[in-house]
Design a protein around this ligand. Structure first.
Ligand code: AMP
Length: 227
């Protein structure tokens, strides 16, 4: 990174633990930046990197856009699923320069085996939908002209159709193993999802020199991969 920045306030990159953290490490490594602590083992929420001008903060995935939007982090990495929901509630303040092509998956409608989703839709039945993706679900079923009752859940969505809480779920599917293990089947893909780099819009102006090499490095390292 730019040696002229050393000694200034470090740039702060907001990340969530798990797949996004794990898949971001090689992108940072490609920029010559290494992280020695693993948030799965450490309780620290602020992690230094080998670059004194860059530190990481570890936050919940759905909180990454909030930290960046308010400028508590200069930049962050968030799934398009999280970002799309956040932006609809809190528009503005975020610049999305790069699709990092990591943490790829699909936002899907899934039902239990044996539920004839397409027939239910054809008949104009009212569907109950369990999800944490309220905006994406409302828009998807709205486009199809399907009337829905939305049930907000925060996790383990796969359980909802099994115990009669909902007819369908809208959730992320990666390998499909979780659906299969719970006798659910994907019936529609709403969106292809990947993680995006997001940058605070004010930081983009006030910290342009410090950000430029990092944005370049992420841009170069983010190669398209098969889904
Ligand atoms: P899988 O069994 O590989 O299809 O993964 C499905 C489970 O992992 C679901 O509970 C999803 O909510 C979650 N999941 C899949 N992909 C992602 C992702 N990119 N980010 C966060 N959660 C994910």
């Amino acid at each position: 990174m730019n040696p002229a920045n050393t000694g200034a306030k470090p740039l702060t990159l907001a990340l969530s633990k798990g797949r996004i953290f794990d898949e971001t490490l090689p992108l940072l490594a490609a920029a010559g930046i290494h992280v020695s602590e693993n948030p799965e083992r450490s309780r620290k929420l602020i992690l230094p990197t080998s670059d004194p001008d860059l530190r990481l903060i570890i936050v919940r995935a759905s909180d990454v856009p909030t930290y960046v939007q308010y400028g508590a982090a200069d930049l962050g990495i968030a799934g398009l699923d999280v970002l799309a929901e956040h932006i609809r509630d809190h528009p503005g303040g975020l610049y999305q320069p790069i699709d990092l092509n990591i943490a790829r998956c699909r936002l899907c409608v899934a039902t239990r085996e044996g539920f004839d989703y397409h027939e239910a839709v054809r008949q104009g039945s009212r569907l109950s939908v369990a999800t944490k993706y309220l905006h994406a679900s409302r828009e998807h079923f709205g486009r199809k002209g399907v009337h829905i009752d939305l049930i907000k859940l925060y996790g383990s969505m796969e359980l909802a159709p099994l115990v009669g809480l909902a007819d369908v779920i809208v959730d992320l599917v990666s390998t499909g193993n979780t659906l299969k293990a719970n006798h659910l089947v994907p019936v529609e893909t709403i969106a292809e999802i990947s993680a995006r780099l997001i940058v605070n819009q004010a930081a983009l102006k006030t910290r342009a020199r410090a950000l430029a090499p990092l944005l370049d490095a992420f841009g170069r390292a983010a190669q398209p991969q098969p889904a």
